[in-house]
Design a binder for this molecule. Structure first.
Ligand code: SF4
Ligand code: SF4
Ligand code: SF4
Length: 272
């Protein structure tokens, strides 16, 4: 990594996603204008009609879900000196990877019915599964403090990796009351922090949108709610939410392709 001598040219691209991460970046408003004063924006479909294929830094949002996406991201990789995966769809697969649990032929028939035949779809993959990614950002939508950090680190030639501690660490730093105390099931103990625990700060549960920490003990959330000799707070939380073990495990796979990636080879049956 080295700092850019002149103003680098940046471009934004989207693959399969809701484009909410780009919208979140736009909502930075004045802070975004300050960041953009250090670069030249040459392509950003969501905000401008001009576009150029000459860029230094590519921010890429969304998952790779079609063969044509593979070719497009490879072409972007060839052109960009720095490639950033923007948000959870791009970095770990997010909701798109839920389809990997089923054969692709079943998925397209379910969605498109009789018209399924011409649909190009392959098991969803994060961008780093297809090309080299230089910087990863997470969150659904992307954590804006992390976007800003990554933006500045790129310009100053410094590396960045999302932190590998659970969201609980940020709750403690912020002095936030644990939502389990209020009978709310929270995935923070196994979710990667870096969002400043924003949901729990407002009294809501962490739903795991930044993905699992490395070597997350994904059995633990179910065990502390449904094991024997439960702590009274956990027993009350389990009773109040009427969740069973399978429902807890399903919550854990909403944003994470971990549980579904093992099926990719099986589900890529070429019917898509
Ligand atoms: S990570 Fe979430 S907000 Fe961002 S594009 Fe994907 S679904 Fe939308
Ligand atoms: S609210 Fe959630 S993230 Fe925060 S300390 Fe409690 S379990 Fe951990
Ligand atoms: S608290 Fe959890 S759900 Fe909320 S932004 Fe952070 S990682 Fe995502």
């Amino acid at each position: 990594m080295k700092p850019f001598a002149n103003k680098p040219r940046i471009a934004f691209f989207d693959f399969a996603c809701c484009e909410g991460c780009q919208l979140a970046v736009l909502e930075m408003e004045e802070k975004l204008l300050e960041l953009l004063s250090h670069v030249e924006v040459v392509a950003w479909r969501e905000v401008m009609s001009e576009k150029s294929d000459e860029y230094d830094i590519a921010f890429c949002e969304g998952s790779i879900t079609r063969q044509e996406d593979v070719e497009r991201i490879e072409s972007i990789r060839d052109r960009a000196e720095i490639l950033v995966s923007l948000g959870t769809c791009a970095s770990i697969g997010c909701h798109n990877a839920l389809k990997n649990k089923w054969p692709m032929s079943d998925v397209v028939k379910l969605v498109y019915g009789e018209s399924a035949g011409h649909i190009d779809t392959i098991p969803a993959r994060p961008i780093a599964d297809v090309v080299k990614v230089d910087y990863r950002t997470l969150g659904c939508p992307v954590s804006l403090s992390e976007f800003e950090t990554v933006f500045k680190r790129i310009l100053t030639g410094q590396a960045y990796e999302p932190p590998n501690q659970p969201v609980c660490v940020e709750c403690k730093l912020n002095d936030t009351l644990c939502v389990y105390e209020k009978g709310i099931v929270c995935l923070g103990p196994v979710t990667r922090c870096g969002c400043d625990a924003i949901c729990t700060a407002f009294g809501d549960a962490c739903r795991g949108c930044r993905g699992l920490i490395d070597q997350a003990n994904i059995e633990a959330p179910a065990r502390v709610l449904f094991g024997e000799d439960l702590h009274p707070i956990m027993a009350e939380t389990a009773r109040k939410n009427k969740l069973n073990r399978e429902e807890i495990m399903a919550k854990l796979t909403v944003y994470n392709d971990t549980a579904t990636s093992a099926n990719r080879e099986d589900s890529a049956d070429g019917d898509g």
